[in-house]
Design a protein around this ligand. Sequence first.
Ligand SMILES: Nc1nc2c(ncn2[C@@H]2O[C@H](COP(=O)(O)OP(=O)(O)OP(=O)(O)O)[C@@H](O)[C@H]2O)c(=O)[nH]1
Length: 380
Amino acid sequence: MSIQYEAPLADSYGVADSFPKDFGYGEEEGDIEDSPSPSDSKPRILLMGLRRSGKSSIQKVVFHKMSPNETLFLESTNKIYKDDISSSSFVNFQIWDFPGQVDFFDPTFDYEMIFRGTGALIFVIDAQDDYVEALGRLHLTVSRAYRVNPEINFEVFIHKVDGLSDDHKIETQRDIHQRANDDLADASLEKLHLSFYLTSIYDHSIFEAFSKVVQKLIPQLPTLENLLNIFISNSGIEKAFLFDVVSKIYIATDSSPVDMQSYELCCDMIDVVIDVSCIYGLKEDGSGSAYDKESMAIIKLNNTTVLYLKEVTRFLALVCILREESFERKGLIDYNFHCFRKAIHEVFEVGVSTSRTSNQPIGTPLMKTVALNGTPRSTV
Ligand SMILES: Nc1nc2c(ncn2[C@@H]2O[C@H](COP(=O)(O)OP(=O)(O)OP(=O)(O)O)[C@@H](O)[C@H]2O)c(=O)[nH]1
């Protein structure tokens, strides 16, 4: 395997705009609050579920690069943990991690305000545990939330499936799906749609599931897919993912099916590029950014496959998988990429100016439009 790597220009985005040096969310990290402040207007993703179901672990692994083994030492959350990831990620939202034992239907707790500004509610069920109680709680939570805000996407993570055999996984998913939907039908809530995912922090399934959750909050998704389809079909590329670099969530891909191995390969490539960049790409005094305008990498595998990564915006990277023969036309690929990049910038500039000119309050359909960090003009 050979790696061609171009070290990024340290200051091409300027200091203020650069990624945090640790490539995490250090200084921007969220605060802890007893109850949400009404002025909080960022769209949010809620993480709910029983105690020890794995909520904090998911948040730490996906957004804070914590290794799965370290989550064994996480203490139980006893307050709402509010994590604003918008300053480092393309996805401009807050994640609220709810403590399992808190009764958020307590009258002193303003759940209507919470649900009104929510884009997605992720309910985590521990698949290694008896899930009857969790199903009761799921029903109570989603039915309340739906009445306040029917626009919420309801996502159920059947979590910790690393401990289950393949047959057991399928059976558990079928059973949870059946029981949860029966409960909704009994309550005449057939319109409330639940999406189910099998997840574990010990493999890429949690990133894949989070990708799907986030994609539903991106109103420009069809446009992005369309652009990716045009780009790959004109460039001889087999698969392309548009990644949020920090979280490794893919916010869009072309319309060919996603296979887990390709996704994992691309995630690994991002890790390699950022790690190498952190070691060799920064200035001697440690200043600069691990990911910037000049970031690009080519990895040739021993099975005639090439991985090609290029910067799209300060948060996004395009990672492509292609055959060696196709890569001979690199000039064409680069030209098409140039057009693709320009189109992406235009898509998000329009998004940003639309949301800036609108005074619609959060909770209206526009909320989903502002759930993204568009590309600031200064970085184009
Ligand atoms: N096997 C396995 N264990 C997991 C997984 N995700 C989390 N865990 C473990 O589950 C335990 C509880 O995780 P937490 O993230 O603290 O759970 P929580 O839902 O935030 O718990 P509370 O803060 O009490 O509400 C930890 O020991 C984690 O290591 C997973 O995907 N697989």
